[in-house]
Design a protein. Sequence first.
Length: 296
Amino acid sequence: MLSSAQKASYDQNGFLMVEDVVTPDQLKRMQDVTAGLIEASRHISQSDDVYDLDKGHSAETPRLTRIKLPHKRDPVYHEVLTQSGVTQVLNDLLGPDTTLITSKLNTKAPGGGAAVEWHQDWAFYPHTNDDLLAFGLLLEDVEEDNGPLMVIPGTHKGPVLSHHANGVFCGAIDPDDPLFEPEKAVTLTGKAGSMSVHHARVLHGSAPNVSDRARKILFFEVAKADAWPILGASSYIHALGQRRFWDDLQDRTITGQPCLTPRLENVPVTMPLPPAKDNTSIFKMQESGGAKSAFT
């Protein structure tokens, strides 16, 4: 799927945009399922295991920040991860054995849908090595005004900046950090069916959606199978116990086989502790942890 030039660009810059990674049928089915999930949220009055509600959500005007774990909500999302161009890109970059960390569908409502402050995914879930990445599959066209993802090229090879504020892990960097260089940011826009890829250590964020259109992006966060999570990060897997963890690992294997010999590399690790008052989502974490906004 990827050319040698695309692979080299990802290695150097830490991100890619790849066009037409799903079929028109897969795209249409995901759009329809997503519309149905948003419609069903009209009956929800507070965030739960499926929905993160945005400010102003109501039955008349559903406003979401996120649909949680979409690959567990409808088979089409899992199909796209395991049987599409997404899968080919995954294997091109991480090899044949890959594991899902998590999935989420950020819907970013129109007219001020919540920003995601600048951060590095790695700070949330350090592993034994950093062969980790995130896909952002565009379910609708994404343009400059509806809160596109922004990345800073090359930061995957640099330091992991502090994501702490007020003595807790707030899930965002301080925009006054001297190592933060927003003037180098690249905006990732594209047509529906395109996909962004970014390395887990790349600095990225997204501004509020000021358009009259929702910004719907399906995110899969993925690891090479020999990258194992370090105890202490925020993840449900630590509460499963050995038997349930093993069963869960089978469910999260995307391609190939689980790896029982973690590869240990000299990677920078600061544990995401102590937790913010509300760490049920990145939005709540950044808000309750007192993260300073780069978008005000």
